[in-house]
Design a protein around this ligand. Structure first.
Ligand code: AMP
Length: 180
């Protein structure tokens, strides 16, 4: 089993890195942001939460992720981008990660990156709100994973390939073999 979490503030490059890592390991990428953006097209409540830069409630997202992980394609593991984001979510449903990568990028750099990507939900106000939520609610998870001994800090500065290589260097041969 190969359950990997990528955690980091928005603009840290975690989605890009998660996608590349999932391709490398040939296991599914589960991005809660993607799932929720898709649901927002038909669900007014979710659309509003996303548009306001808030977090979807813990029960809803915990259920969505639990359902998704029970699908057959996750039998050999998966790379998760975006869940859990709070300690409460982890209490409600803990995927049981083997490894947790934290992509570390200084705040002023993520703000600069987000402002330049120009997504509809990337106004300065929303960016600040989401970063605030990250530092308040998501960072405490890092302490928890650190205590479990599964946290790996990755420097998220530099080019995409170098960061990806850094991540892969922490994946053991055993884990690669299991996923093919
Ligand atoms: P992301 O693409 O990961 O930045 O997520 C985009 C948005 O989806 C976030 O700003 C939240 O509103 C929502 N979202 C994604 N993952 C979660 C989660 N685990 N819990 C609550 N809301 C989430």
């Amino acid at each position: 089993m190969n359950k990997i979490l990528l955690i980091g503030p928005q603009g840290s490059g975690k989605s890009t890195q998660a996608k590349l890592l999932a391709e490398f390991l040939k296991i599914p990428l589960i991005s809660t942001g993607d799932i929720l953006r898709e649901k927002a097209e038909v669900d007014e409540t979710i659309r509003q939460v996303l548009n306001e830069g808030h977090l979807v409630d813990d029960q809803t997202i915990a259920r969505i992720v639990k359902d998704r992980l029970s699908k057959d394609d996750c039998l050999n593991g998966c790379v998760i981008d975006g869940y859990p984001r709070t300690l409460e979510q982890m209490r409600l449903f803990d995927p049981g990660f083997d490894k947790v990568f934290s992509l570390d990028v200084p705040e002023e750099i993520v703000v600069k990156r987000l402002m330049s990507r120009g997504r509809a939900d990337d106004t300065l106000e929303l960016i600040k709100r989401r970063l605030d939520l990250y530092y308040k609610q998501t960072e405490p998870l890092l302490d928890y994973y650190k205590k479990l001994g599964i946290l790996i800090n990755i420097r998220g500065l530099g080019d995409i390939e170098t960061i990806q290589q850094d991540l892969r260097n922490h994946i053991t041969y055993d884990q690669v073999k299991k996923s093919v």
